[in-house]
Design a protein around this ligand. Structure first.
Ligand SMILES: [Zn+2]
Length: 297
């Protein structure tokens, strides 16, 4: 009797939020936006290292790129596109969507999209809000994203967290408006809670084997691709230290940074990876989900 051929492992989505260490939202109380221009930039060399790491593994990823960075480092945008990666938008000025009016939000995301498309010479259809700042209070942001021509968002984190999160929202890609899907970064369901399993500070804090186990669980038990994210500054032990910050912010930002480049290399070896648009827009948007469209807030 023939044994059934095992299905090939799922392809997960690898994503990078292209911004520099001083633009992290948790540093906002300590670093004035007006001072960004005078700070040492590290993003270009860090993106070079990431591009080399991905090229070495023949992985294509999605780069949610900040307009502020693209304007100053157009060569970074070009290198991302030349490498075969998806160029996507992280907005222009890294303000939380929840801090902006609908008009100011439109301004920010439309400006970033135009700039990235001009520099990269490719359509930009994906958006990730700074600090996952789309939630219950600003679901109007989905209307604005659709109107600006985006096709997907990866901006709602279905966890409880002090800075962001909408813990009762769907864990996997779902339609939010006609022509727009939300692709949440990955969580693992444990009891009645969603645990973050997809990058950021948690990936640096937890042992690598636990992170790998959580992604495997999502692939095997949920049958869904994982969406992983990291930042260029997370692989940069040489970044300037921000002085005078509180202990929690310091711990969250700097924990295990010297280990992260190696851990991401292992992650690339341990799973199959691809671009967000290829994994989630390649199929009929929303066909995997029967969830109704979220009603406008
Ligand atoms: Zn960001």
């Amino acid at each position: 009797m023939l044994m059934p051929t095992p299905a090939p492992p799922l392809r997960n989505a690898m994503s990078i939020d292209v911004e520099d260490y001083f633009q992290v939202s948790a540093f906002a109380p300590y670093i004035r936006r007006e001072d960004w221009n005078g700070l040492e930039c590290r993003v270009e060399r860090n993106i070079d290292r990431i591009l080399a790491l991905l090229a070495d593994r023949q992985v294509h990823a999605t780069f949610f790129t900040l307009g502020w960075i693209a304007e100053r480092y157009p060569q970074v945008v070009k290198a991302i596109v030349t490498g075969g990666h998806e160029l996507a938008s992280h907005g222009f000025g890294h303000e939380r969507a929840s801090d902006l009016s609908p008009a100011a939000f439109l301004d920010d995301i439309a400006r970033a999209k135009q700039l990235l498309e001009d520099l990269g010479g490719v359509p930009v259809v994906g958006y990730r809000a700074p600090s996952f700042s789309i939630g219950k209070s600003n679901l109007w942001a989905f209307d604005v994203l659709r109107d600006a021509g985006y096709r997907y968002s990866s901006s709602v984190y279905p966890i409880a967290h002090d800075h962001y999160g909408m813990p009762d929202s769907p864990r996997f890609a779902y339609p939010v408006r006609e022509g727009l899907i939300e692709i949440p970064v990955t969580t693992l369901r444990m009891g009645s809670r969603n645990l973050p399993s997809s990058g950021g500070g948690y990936f640096r804090l937890l042992p690598y084997a636990l992170s790998r186990w959580m992604i495997r669980r999502v692939n095997e038990a949920d049958g869904e691709p994982a969406v992983f994210y990291f930042h260029p500054w997370e692989i940069d032990p040489g970044q300037p230290r921000v002085a005078g910050i509180d202990a929690k912010t310091r711990f969250r930002h700097y924990v295990n940074i010297p280990r992260t480049h190696g851990r991401i290399a292992r992650l690339l070896d341990d799973f199959r990876w691809g671009r967000m648009d290829e994994i989630f827009l390649g199929r009929e948007a929303g066909s995997r989900s029967s969830a109704p469209l979220l009603s406008p807030a």
